[in-house]
Design a protein around this ligand. Structure first.
Ligand code: APR
Length: 202
């Protein structure tokens, strides 16, 4: 019969070695993840990255906020391509070319409108980040920049939205190594500060 191997059956120094090895690996993984995440204040349309993320609406035909800024900067060809995508559901993501933007691609994702938190908003926001990050594998995207999805017109509370963003990105980076850089950028100082505090103290 297979004898159960108990930790106590190892001599003390071996137990210590296992624990210190585990802690070292965990610490190194955390450092790698933290070096891949960058927080910036500024206009996402100016970033020279492989992909920028658009906080779009279900039609994908443009709007205000960052959606409007991206469509203005990318030019009319973006709207032509978006028309061919037949919209996008909340929590999902679709990719287009970047056209006149420095970024090669735009990943359009539709965040949830905040109705108080009882309509699956948190799960939908997490899904925006997850589905967007999953697309980076398929298109060999190494650097990506996110605005604060749903934190403008869709009124998602900043505290909760920034935590969902950072936790979901960190979780992705823990299990996938296809990305070199994930930038969180916003024109809003308050959001940038929240991101920085979360990264520093979490
Ligand atoms: N660069 C970076 N961040 C920006 C920029 C920009 N040029 N413009 C706006 N933002 C930030 C805002 O400060 C906000 O924190 O993007 C975040 C998302 O805000 P919105 O653009 O209002 O997006 P959202 O809240 O997801 O609402 C989506 O708004 O624009 C419409 O068509 C869009 O209907 C959709 C809705």
């Amino acid at each position: 019969m297979r004898s159960r191997v108990r930790a106590s059956s190892f001599p003390p120094f071996k137990r210590l070695t296992f624990v210190s090895l585990f802690l070292l690996i965990t610490y190194k993984l955390r450092i790698i993840i933290m070096t891949k995440i960058e927080i910036l204040k500024g206009d996402i349309t100016k970033l020279n990255v492989d992909a920028i993320v658009n906080a779009a609406n279900k039609t994908l035909l443009g709007g205000g906020g960052v959606d409007g800024a991206i469509h203005r900067a990318a030019g009319y060809e973006l709207l032509e391509e978006c028309r061919s995508l037949n919209g996008c559901e909340t929590g999902q993501a679709k990719i287009t070319k970047g056209y006149k933007l420095p970024a090669k691609f735009i990943i359009h994702t539709v965040g949830p409108v905040w109705y108080g938190g009882n309509k699956n908003e948190r799960e939908m926001l997490k899904s925006c980040y997850k589905t967007t990050l999953e697309l980076t594998k398929k298109f060999n995207i190494k650097t990506i920049a996110f605005p604060a999805i749903s934190c403008g017109i869709y009124r998602f509370p900043l505290d909760e939205a920034s935590k969902i963003a950072i936790d979901t990105i960190k979780e992705y980076l823990q299990y996938n190594n296809n990305l070199d850089k994930v930038i969180l950028i916003d024109i809003n100082d308050e959001i940038v500060e929240r991101y920085k505090n979360l990264i520093l103290f979490n």
